[in-house]
Design a protein around this ligand. Structure first.
Ligand SMILES: CC1=C(CCC(=O)O)c2cc3nc(cc4[nH]c(cc5[nH]c(cc1n2)c(C)c5CCC(=O)O)c(CCC(=O)O)c4C)C(CCC(=O)O)=C3C
Ligand SMILES: [Fe+2]
Length: 349
């Protein structure tokens, strides 16, 4: 077996989702605990999940990703176990960390399923990991819980650009030939409150990813835009805009006849993609007579999986370089103190 490495396990760290109708409300209560989000919004989103039988696609997507990652890691000569823990639903991170501690894991590398930096996608996961370690120790010496580092965000990794560009190309090619050349591309990501956006690189990174993909596909600046979806929170709190549906209405009014919506903010077809895009945005486009295609997500695309292996190899000291394209350097491995601050309260990490 190769090694020994600094790490003795990989930890897929994700959001979690309900796996049946009875899970939906407790899951949403976990997501929104302590968050300034009205109960009406919770109940509205519960209906989105219930319309899919109360089952979120995300947990199966995590299982599929692990099934793809395991052989790819072995192929690269890395024989490390992959554990899996979530923020909001089983398997919950404290249970996973307990298992890891029982198995004798000393130091693990967390693969967080978020390509961009903000409190939700970065520090909140680090807080979750911190609390999970505390739960494992339960008053005993903290040394009993595995130490955990996190891989860098990959918004500007060449493979992330390649995979998403190909998915968008396929959606464009699926449009009627006479509409293809004038088609508009709307890159979308989860909206976040301005209080979170102003203190992170989220919008800057998303813009860079969008720009790099548009450049790759030869889409001129006036034919693409970065927009947001799935706004939550209180109506009076400002969130990142424009909303994808408002944007589709605006480009349609300006004469656009076909649009591709590309959910670059998500690594797989999460509930937000299935509901807010495949249902809401698509319906809106149909009402207006706008030809609409939704580009796919990375999922278990072999190039995406290979990129994740590469990010792991970087941290094992086995990659020849840290690859990044465009105007910015590869993002940091270790988050500085002021990285993605908690906009709601003081952070324990
Ligand atoms: C930036 C970001 C990502 C991308 C980075 C990452 O992947 O982490 C993301 C991913 C996801 N968000 C998800 C689900 C939800 N997000 C919610 C609420 C919120 N998301 C926020 C931001 C983000 N969310 C924010 C600022 C809120 C408001 C409350 C708060 O400040 O935390 C709510 C509550 C209901 C609502 O209000 O919409 C739900 C159910 C799922 C699972 C989907 C599935 O089941 O397939 C995934 C992958
Ligand atoms: Fe979310």
């Amino acid at each position: 077996m190769p090694g020994p490495y600094v790490y003795d396990a990989i930890l897929l760290t994700s959001f979690g989702g309900p796996e049946g109708p009875d899970d939906v409300i407790p899951f949403l209560e976990n997501v929104l605990r302590g968050k300034p989000v009205p109960r009406e919004r919770l109940l509205e989103v519960a209906e989105h999940y219930q319309s899919f039988g109360g089952v979120s696609p995300i947990n199966q997507q995590c299982r599929d990703l692990i099934a793809a990652l395991e052989p790819a890691l072995k192929e690269a000569g890395v024989d490390l176990p992959i554990y899996w823990g979530n923020r909001n639903w089983e398997p919950m991170l404290p249970d996973t960390l307990k298992q890891m501690a029982d198995d004798g894991v000393n130091r693990a590398l967390a693969l967080v399923t978020s390509a961009y930096s903000c409190y939700s996608g970065c520090r909140q996961y680090r807080e979750d990991l911190h609390r999970a370690r505390e739960a494992v120790c339960e008053g005993e010496a903290e040394a009993d819980a595995p130490a955990i580092d996190k891989v860098r965000v990959w918004y500007n990794h060449p493979s992330w650009i390649d995979v998403n560009a190909d998915l968008i190309r396929a959606a464009l090619d699926d449009l009627p030939a006479e509409l293809r050349d004038g088609a508009h591309v709307a890159f979308t990501a989860h909206s976040i409150p301005m209080s979170m956006a102003d203190t992170s690189d989220y919008a800057r990174q998303l813009h860079e990813t969008s720009r790099l993909i548009a450049e790759r596909l030869d889409i001129p600046e006036d034919r693409w835009a970065l927009v947001y979806q799935s706004r939550s929170g209180r109506p009076q709190d400002p969130w990142l805009e424009p909303d994808v549906c408002d944007h589709l209405e605006a480009v349609h009014a300006a004469g656009v006849r076909a649009a591709v919506v590309a959910p670059i903010g998500f690594i797989s077809d999460h509930m937000e993609v299935l509901y807010d895009l495949d249902d809401e945005a698509k319906t809106k486009a149909a009402e207006m007579g706008l030809e609409f295609r939704r580009a796919g997500t990375a999922g278990t695309d072999p190039r995406f999986v290979a990129m994740l292996v590469e990010l792991i190899l970087e941290r094992l000291g086995e990659a020849s370089e840290k690859r990044a394209v465009g105007a910015f350097r590869p993002n940091h491995d270790v988050c500085p103190k002021n990285c993605c601050p908690n906009p709601y309260r003081a952070s324990p990490v």
